[in-house]
Design a protein around this ligand. Structure first.
Ligand SMILES: [Zn+2]
Length: 399
């Protein structure tokens, strides 16, 4: 897999809907067919491989991830979830497990928003559906998303119908340092943080930096600086899974001898719990309004993107922890700060995730690394969970 789209620095570049992603999908498809899975590719390019032994019917338990990457990305992001899915299903086949319902491996198209500005492309297409506006978005070369799809006319038919998937599981590298710090190979994800992105501004007066005494200033950048620190404090004090980031500040006019009369800024707020995120958002608005009032500034905070967080059902967390304990794999619970295909799949099926420890938490870089032993441990837990979920009358039985 790592040879497809390999970069000289040891990473990979496999962008959505390119020849590289297609070659990676074709390689996986070959492995699926060697395992006797029924394969198909849908209108958005998603690859599915179903293990459906004779006489086995019903909505499948699905597992998988993606094989596209960011430019100069790593070998494990996405691919780890596809390879562990293949390994888990093969282990079940070799162990003589007879599933009560099909087990289907999914390889979603374009999880990264690197080529087209639409993340979670394949999983969105089959769950929420793509909007006309999203289909009209273009890549850096001016290619429209709809023109890059294998079958844009077939998008409606590609949607997963209600009840079409019994449960979804995704293995993914953690992309953070929590597991490494805890010294455990595998994490059971309790929820996926929903992002709320904003563009904000503070407006004062641009005046001469030498001729304006301090009490007469209305410095927008100084106000924004205060807000950056307030955002940090609010995220720390709202909840253990709340994170808030001001990623850029744009002071105007941006001259060394002019008091900034306007400062624009970004705000990225996430939590796995919607009520907590709402409380943090209210506190952030209050803080911004307070700073503006004290400093005689005008302010604004406009939402640019908002996705609700996903809570993994408690019974599914229990299943994953129980099979991990049986397999002798130590785990801890943790939230996912990043978005994943499981987030979209949660709209149509109970969805859970396993995180794999990755070195120094590095990701989206060629230095990305997860040990084979840790990936194997995750595949063991996944196999156990798939077995439990495809035992007679399993899915949803405990909740
Ligand atoms: Zn990923």
């Amino acid at each position: 897999m790592a040879a497809i789209g390999a970069t000289p620095d040891g990473g990979v570049t496999r962008l959505a809907l390119t020849a590289e992603e297609r070659r990676a999908m074709d390689l996986v498809r070959g492995w699926m067919e060697e395992m006797g899975l029924e394969t198909r590719r849908d209108a958005v390019g998603n690859l599915f491989g179903a293990w459906r032994p004779a006489g086995v019917q019903g909505a499948p338990v699905m597992t998988g991830s993606h094989v596209d990457s960011v430019p100069h990305g790593g070998r494990y992001d996405g691919t780890a979830g596809v390879v562990t899915a293949l390994a888990a299903v093969r282990a079940l086949q070799q162990a003589g497990h007879v599933p009560s319902r099909p087990i289907e491996i999914a390889v979603f198209t374009g999880e990264e928003a690197s080529r087209f500005p639409v993340g979670l492309l394949g999983s969105t297409a089959v769950t929420r559906g793509l909007t006309e506006e999203e289909l009209d978005r273009v890549d850096a070369g001016g290619v429209r998303l709809r023109d890059a799809l294998p079958d844009p006319a077939g998008l409606d038919a590609a949607r997963i119908p209600p009840g079409g998937v019994a449960a979804f599981l995704e293995v993914h590298i953690e992309q953070g340092r929590v597991l490494e710090d805890a010294g455990v190979p595998v994490g059971v994800v309790t929820g996926i943080a929903g992002p709320a992105f904003f563009r904000g501004w503070l407006r004062g007066a641009a005046d001469h930096a030498g001729a304006t005494p301090m009490p007469l200033r209305r410095d927008a950048l100084a106000g924004a600086a205060e807000f950056v620190l307030a955002a940090e404090q609010i995220a720390r004090s709202t909840g253990p899974t709340t994170v808030a980031t001001v990623g850029w500040l744009r002071p105007h006019p941006g001259a060394g001898n002019v008091i900034p009369g306007l400062c624009e800024f970004s705000l990225d707020l996430r939590d796995i719990d919607l009520d907590t995120r709402d409380r943090a958002e209210a506190a952030l608005r209050e803080a911004l309004a307070g700073i503006a009032a004290r400093r005689g500034l005008e302010w604004g905070l406009e939402e640019t993107h908002r996705v609700d967080p996903v809570t993994v059902p408690g019974w599914l967390v229990d299943v994953l922890e129980r099979v991990a304990a049986e397999a002798g794999v130590p785990t801890i619970r943790l939230p996912s700060g990043a978005a994943h295909d499981a987030m979209m799949m949660a709209r149509v099926a109970p969805s859970g995730m396993l995180f794999v420890r990755c070195r120094d938490g590095r990701s989206h870089t060629p230095e990305e690394y997860a040990a084979v032993e840790d990936l194997t441990a995750a595949a063991d837990v996944l196999a156990g969970a798939l077995a439990m979920l495809t035992a007679e009358e399993a899915v949803g039985a405990s909740g």
